[in-house]
Write a protein that binds this ligand. Structure first.
Ligand code: SF4
Length: 307
């Protein structure tokens, strides 16, 4: 649920050739994550993926609605690394949160097709990751969703806590975003951490072949809800972050961000390496090295809790 440019005008988005040019500038060995909005909505999806080299492994996060038989075959043949599919809950809970009846059934149908095609082609890839963000609406449905992920033979079950980063979701910005969007921010409130801790423990204690992941990375479920959103203890409870030394986000319009709402430049105006090595980016990293974490890192997926 990272807030990604919902109101971007499609005509200002990077065109196929521009994405291919960016991919050519990336390191020979790297991991490219295609994320939206919804990456499969672009009709040049295959062309963009085909422009990556074998050592540039691709994965994506999708709502799973457009994972057709054709796209599934393409992903298997292209040895796509991983498909992360967001499910908010089982059956009506997912449909209610997505606002479209029948979505859950469609996604499950598509995922079953993906898994069947993988078996037929004797392919392990793409790995399947069922992803969910804990909210007040699905906190009672998490175990059922975990069971569904097992039934779908997912390789990963990833549980994320809502991001409340003050840099991206400060009250002023949230107020503005709420005006622009139909998203119900009250979902972030009303999480019963005691209940969520119990269900997460039950999930962790269940024997399963799936790998269970938490974002942020928690060393102890007991800590959930106690320090995760506390700016005073963030540096004490979590390790320093090195993510801005290893990756960036490039938005649909070509803006480059290390992670927070601090734009480092636009790929239409400068090359990737110019932005990556720019003074602004270097200062940001220096500040992060000095500070170890910012208060605005609260709830970030890249946080990793100290033991
Ligand atoms: S923990 Fe902070 S610095 Fe690191 S990726 Fe998250 S927001 Fe950025």
């Amino acid at each position: 649920m990272c807030y990604q440019d919902k109101n971007s005008v499609p005509s200002t988005e990077l065109e196929t050739g521009e994405w291919i040019k960016i991919i050519k500038q990336l390191p020979k060995v790297c991991l490219i994550t295609l994320i939206g909005g919804e990456p499969l909505i672009r009709n040049d999806f295959e062309e963009i993926v085909n422009s990556t080299s074998v050592s540039q492994r691709c994965n994506m996060v999708t709502n799973g609605v457009l994972l057709s038989e054709h796209i599934n075959r393409f992903l298997i043949e292209r040895k796509f690394l991983l498909v992360g599919v967001s499910l908010d809950g089982v059956d009506n809970i997912h449909d209610k949160m997505r606002g479209v009846k029948g979505t859950y059934k469609k996604v499950v149908f598509n995922l079953n097709d993906l898994q069947k095609q993988k078996i037929k082609k004797r392919s392990k890839y793409p790995l399947l990751d069922i992803k969910t963000v804990v909210t007040s609406q699905n906190q009672d449905n998490l175990y059922e969703l975990f069971r569904k992920a097992e039934e779908l033979k997912a390789d990963f079950f990833t549980i994320s806590m809502p991001k409340v980063c003050v840099g991206q979701f400060n009250p002023k910005m949230r107020e503005e975003m709420t005006k622009l969007s139909s998203f119900d921010f009250s979902l972030f409130n009303g999480i019963d951490f005691k209940k969520v801790r119990e269900v997460l423990k039950k999930i962790v204690d269940t024997r399963t072949k799936m790998k269970i992941r938490f974002y942020p990375n928690l060393s102890s479920i007991e800590e959930l809800g106690k320090n995760l959103y506390n700016p005073k203890t963030i540096k004490e409870k979590f390790f320093s972050c090195y993510q801005p030394w290893s990756g960036v986000q490039i938005t649909a319009k070509g803006d480059v961000y290390p992670c927070l709402s601090l734009r480092m430049g636009n790929i239409r105006e400068k090359s990737f390496s110019e932005i990556w090595n720019s003074e602004k980016f270097v200062i940001f990293r220096k500040q992060l090295r000095r500070q170890k974490l910012f208060e605005s890192c609260l709830g970030c997926c890249y946080l990793s809790q100290r033991k």
